[in-house]
Design a protein around this ligand. Structure first.
Ligand SMILES: NC(=O)c1ccc[n+]([C@@H]2O[C@H](COP(=O)([O-])OP(=O)(O)OC[C@H]3O[C@@H](n4cnc5c(N)ncnc54)[C@H](OP(=O)(O)O)[C@@H]3O)[C@@H](O)[C@H]2O)c1
Length: 306
């Protein structure tokens, strides 16, 4: 069924690709952006509307009748973890989620579903397999994702409320791989920490397909791990990346204390171990195209034409 989809954060890394997919599928997309300069009608299937979640500003008259909502907006956690930035990482997610729920609850015709981005950072640091029944971990990212998910509790109960706990998104063009590629291409890539920590990852195209799946299938409300079935240790990931890029992998691991010295608390983004199960979403019928790190990286760098 073709729908009118409301999206936030559609100018970002995931959002841009998601909009392309939704348009290809024939949906009409309205994106809420905090950038006034982006506002306007792009085509008969795509428009950007300015919103300001802090001052609760939006021209609701511009909103069409909406069938599904996808919420991605938030100040990036890849920015430096200064006290000011950390406060913005939290407030941008909480205020945008609360304001979005207000906008949705006031719609004359309610959409069927809200699918919100959340993150694998919700879980504790552990080498054990964790599914969605696992308890929240400790630390900044865990607290952030927990508050972020809870910020949508005001959503009208007749609307399905889905949280995708996204792992590390793999793409040649953005995110973690974009930063690692030049280092590994220079032949100086290494594992970090003790290298035994697990990384739960997802190929960018699987992730955008998953968002689309959640708005077009009858998925019950709740949290779902948006990660491939093949989490890998940091050593396995780094070795595979070097292999796919046809570069040597011989350097000693970069010690955790060194990363903490340079990146401070933010170093936990690569040092924390998270080995997530995706059984809940695959049992709901979603099939990941990329299940091993070798397949995912080969596809990504095959497309990037190294
Ligand atoms: N990429 C990953 O590996 C990953 C992993 C786990 C979870 N996630 C989550 O998934 C979501 C999308 O990720 P992404 O990588 O596409 O992020 P992104 O590239 O940083 O894009 C996020 C979007 O949020 C909006 N935004 C930025 N600052 C804002 C603020 N202060 N208030 C309201 N909106 C703001 C921006 O849109 P406008 O400028 O148009 O308003 C921006 O395009 C994020 O919330 C992220 O935390 C991502």
């Amino acid at each position: 069924m073709v729908m009118n989809v409301l999206i936030t954060g559609g100018t970002g890394f995931i959002g841009k690709q998601l909009i392309q997919l939704l348009l290809k599928q024939g949906h009409a997309v309205t994106n809420l952006t905090t950038q006034k300069t982006q506002e306007g009608v792009v085509s008969n299937l795509l428009q950007h509307i300015y919103w300001n979640p802090t001052s609760k500003e939006i021209n609701k008259e511009l909103l069409p009748e909406i069938q599904a909502v996808i919420h991605l907006a938030g100040f990036s956690v890849a920015n430096k973890w200064t006290a000011q930035n950390k406060a913005l990482m939290v407030s941008s997610r909480i205020s945008s989620t609360e304001f979005l729920c207000e906008i949705i609850n006031e719609m004359n015709v309610a959409p069927a579903v809200l699918v919100g981005a959340s993150a694998s950072g919700f879980y504790k640091n552990s080498d054990e397999v964790q599914d969605e029944t696992a308890l929240k971990g400790t630390g900044f990212l865990s607290d952030l994702t927990d508050q972020w998910e809870k910020a949508s509790t005001s959503l009208h109960p007749s609307i399905k409320n889905i949280h995708l706990r996204i792992g590390v998104v793999l793409s040649a063009n953005d995110g973690a791989l974009k930063k690692l590629t030049p280092i590994f291409k220079a032949g100086i890539g290494s594992a970090v920490g003790d290298g035994n920590q697990y990384m739960s990852w997802v190929h960018e195209s699987d992730l955008v397909e998953l968002f689309s799946y959640c708005i077009s299938h009858n998925i019950p409300s709740g949290a779902y791990n948006a990660t491939s079935g093949g989490p890998v240790t940091n050593t396995e990931f780094s070795k595979t990346l070097a292999h796919v890029l046809k570069r040597p992998f011989f350097l000693p691991k970069t010690p955790a204390f060194f990363l903490r010295l340079i990146f401070g608390e933010m170093a936990q983004l690569v040092l924390v171990s998270q080995r997530l199960s995706n059984k809940k979403i695959t049992s709901a019928g979603f099939q990941f195209q990329f299940n091993t790190i070798q397949e995912a990286l080969t596809d990504i760098y095959g497309k990037a034409k190294n």
